[in-house]
Design a protein around this ligand. Structure first.
Ligand code: NAP
Length: 331
């Protein structure tokens, strides 16, 4: 694939920074196209997203993230955690992918995929794309859905259970809604007024417009309350839980109490907090891929930006207002 000729033809555009920074300090620059190593594929990126994991990788916040992505400066100057694209070259040790395959992949600690090309080890979570979806849908299927899978997986939710999801328009909450409907669970979900019809079309039993109704005041009880946007506390949601109900939040809580309450849960009778930690992305991706193949998961896509507009994309995502996923597209 690599363009032959002058050195300039071996360059690609990528979003790059050498220090943890804010979106306005991110630059789009021409850098060399990576050369795939023995176990790597080189992918021409057709779509990627700017997501909440990317925001952590860009800024190095919360600080704990730096233990994985570089203590003083990022190991990877090029940002980006997911991609969908076409294999254009492969290392000698790659046997499960071929040039021309459409593939998609994700790694929350960074893949350098905010670029025209990305080299990825086939040991990472990379799969061939389901045939019926496009590159934008494939890229948008990964980050939020991965976290939704891991927040829900340890709960062992079953058909007939009642679940309340706070934040059905977030990437995580929207994927969670679709995963739970697949399990035939009774779902109540919150969102702003303008999105109630969009969420209703995904099949929940009830949509609560949070601008007109406070879900914590509902006179109803649930087996699980999943705050996918981390805006509530266990104390606020406790009255909503059945006697053995479980509260899960995607955030640490205002005083970082959620992990602590989860550690104390084995010693607490009755209602509990769980704070699940994601581990194998291979596992979540297999699950997501399976649902896409069955037509039971379609990611919500919000705005689209070009690579040149990446700073605006990050600023929008950091506003906490994106609806589902923000996609970066490449010509
Ligand atoms: N623990 C982890 O490992 C982990 C990993 C990734 C992300 N996270 C966190 O999980 C959270 C969700 O991430 P995400 O990517 O799904 O979020 P997101 O896509 O950025 O979306 C947030 C959505 O929630 C809506 N929202 C905001 N306030 C709300 C409220 N009070 N009630 C209902 N909806 C509300 C927003 O719409 P409106 O404001 O327009 O209503 C927006 O659509 C973030 O706080 C993120 O930092 C945690």
């Amino acid at each position: 694939m690599k363009p032959a000729g002058s050195d300039e033809q071996h360059l690609m555009k990528a979003a790059i920074r050498y220090r943890y920074c804010s979106p306005d300090q991110l630059r789009v620059a021409a850098i060399p196209v990576p050369v795939p190593a023995h176990d790597e594929i080189l992918v021409k990126v057709k779509a990627t997203t700017v997501n909440r994991s990317d925001c952590g990788v860009l800024t190095g916040k919360p600080w704990a993230i730096r233990c994985f992505i570089g203590l003083f400066k990022p190991y990877r100057p090029v940002t980006g955690t997911d991609f969908a694209g076409i294999v254009v070259e492969k290392g000698a040790g790659v046997h499960n992918f071929n040039v021309g395959d459409n593939v998609y992949g994700f790694f929350d600690q960074g893949l350098s995929s905010h670029a025209e090309y990305v080299a990825v080890s086939v040991k990472q979570a990379v799969l061939k794309m389901p045939g019926h979806i496009n590159f934008e849908q494939a890229a948008a299927s990964l980050e939020g859905a991965h976290y939704a899978f891991y927040f829900l997986d340890p709960l062992k939710v079953k058909a007939g259970d009642k679940v309340l999801i706070n934040g059905g328009t977030g990437a995580i909450g929207n994927a969670a809604l679709q995963f739970l409907k697949h399990l035939k669970v009774q779902v109540t979900v919150t969102c702003e007024t303008a999105y109630t019809a969009v969420l209703q079309s995904l099949g929940p039993d009830r949509v609560i417009d949070y601008q007109n109704e406070d879900f914590t005041k509902l006179n109803e009880q649930f087996d699980y309350v999943f705050d996918a946007v981390g805006k509530s506390t266990f104390a606020q949601c406790k009255p909503l839980l059945k006697p053995k109900g479980i509260y899960v939040s995607s955030e640490l809580g205002p005083n970082w109490q959620n992990p602590l309450l989860a550690l104390l849960a084995p010693f607490m009778p009755g209602k509990k907090v769980k704070f699940p930690l994601p581990y194998s992305i291979h596992r979540s991706m297999q699950f997501i891929d399976g649902l896409i193949l069955k037509g039971e998961f379609t990611p919500l896509i919000d705005r689209r930006y070009s690579l040149a507009e990446i700073a605006d994309a990050y600023t929008y995502v950091m506003s906490g207002q994106k609806k589902g996923n923000v996609v970066l597209t490449f010509d």
